[in-house]
Design a protein around this ligand. Structure first.
Ligand SMILES: [Zn+2]
Length: 355
């Protein structure tokens, strides 16, 4: 095998955003060839309509629960990032290109991770606090997340110019690769000692882990709110609240930014629903803390372990309810200015009808 390639595909109905097919020597498991496929549409601002209305946990995601949805989530994240940057002041075209570039690197790293045997790690977004997450001097060195195997949103914040996506493997990735790929020592006792030492590090916060078996992406699934897709920082509720505030601000300028003379209102409607989806995703992250239970799967006697099950502290659960009351259940939670709703009109395409 002389070449391992990144391949662009552009399919009418793309089944994936990116994936990493590989084949191995059946006798040794050695990877003989591996490529990364990247689907064009996931890096455009073209909207896949079925996704805008995809209720989290609806059939699509459950049916695919053992496959990689990183491309689809990256697409959602890119759409939000582009819409936000189009609407906010202070972000130019170059910044949008940087986001697409970082997204490509992130997705490629993620797919290579699968090829090398890594599963998802949805805990990895707990790495930084709300401030450091926007400081590129730190994140470019150690990543936005402790693993590229998480599904994350675009890290956009008004007035901040940090990284949108991780562009290097994180501490967790390196640790797992070390476990899987360091050649064994010849002496059995030394080898046992080496592996034991490596594994004993699992209680370090930056090596925290939770995959598809434990994640809370859909209601009724999982119990630990930290093992969640599309959340960010060690204060996911705070990050989600910032996101919802940003969306509320963006609504105000949406008509001004998206209405074009002699054009339909299609782009405006798209932009609104992209933002609305992001708002609902943020609410989902917050909701998981109510009744949530922190899990620890460390072994008996391991240094730094917690008890296996620990309820989320009561004040945090109450805070989650307070946020949901304000942003979802209060009478003015969706009080977008009236003259926005009446313009949310898509073009008729084929027999799609009035919506
Ligand atoms: Zn994946």
């Amino acid at each position: 095998i002389r070449y391992n390639v990144l391949r662009w595909t552009s399919s009418p109905n793309p089944p994936f955003g990116g994936y990493g097919p590989s084949f191995v020597n059946p006798r040794t498991g050695q990877i003989l060839g591996a490529d990364i496929m990247l689907e064009y549409v996931y890096f455009t601002n073209r909207v896949k309509y079925e996704q805008l209305f995809d209720v989290k946990g609806a059939s699509g995601l459950l049916a695919n629960k053992y496959s990689c949805q990183a491309g689809a989530y990256l697409h959602q994240a890119n759409l939000f990032g582009i819409t936000a940057m189009n609407t906010l002041d202070g972000f130019d075209q170059l910044e949008q290109r940087r986001m697409i570039y970082e997204g490509l690197v992130k997705l490629t790293l993620h797919e290579i991770g699968h090829t090398l045997g890594l599963t998802h790690n949805f805990y990895a977004s707990q790495l930084h606090n709300l401030k450091v997450i926007h400081e590129r001097n730190t994140t470019e060195v150690i990543g936005l997340t402790a693993s590229v195997m998480d599904y994350v949103g675009a890290n956009v914040k008004p007035g901040h110019h940090g990284q949108f996506y991780s562009t290097i493997p994180g501490a967790y990735d390196k640790w797992v690769i070390q476990f899987g790929y360091t050649p064994s020592l010849h002496d059995l006792i030394n080898e046992e000692e080496r592996v034991k030492k490596l594994l004993s590090r699992s209680t370090q916060p930056k090596l925290g882990y939770g995959n598809d078996a434990d994640d809370m992406r859909s209601p009724g699934k999982g119990i630990d709110p930290r093992v969640m897709i599309y959340d960010m920082t060690n204060d996911p509720m705070g990050y989600a609240q910032e996101r919802m505030e940003m969306v509320k601000t963006l609504y105000k300028n949406l008509r001004q930014k998206y209405e074009r003379e002699d054009q339909s209102y299609h782009a405006l409607a798209d932009a609104f629903y992209i933002l609305n989806r992001e708002y609902s995703t943020a609410a989902g992250v917050i909701s998981r803390y109510i009744g949530g239970i922190y899990m620890d799967r460390s072994m008996v006697g391991q240094e730094g372990r917690e008890v296996p099950f620990r309820p989320v502290p009561e004040d945090q659960q109450r805070w989650a309810m307070t946020l949901l009351n304000k942003y979802i259940f209060s009478p003015d939670a969706f009080s977008v200015s009236e003259d926005l709703y009446i313009y949310l009109q898509w073009e008729r395409r084929g027999f799609s009808g009035t919506k």
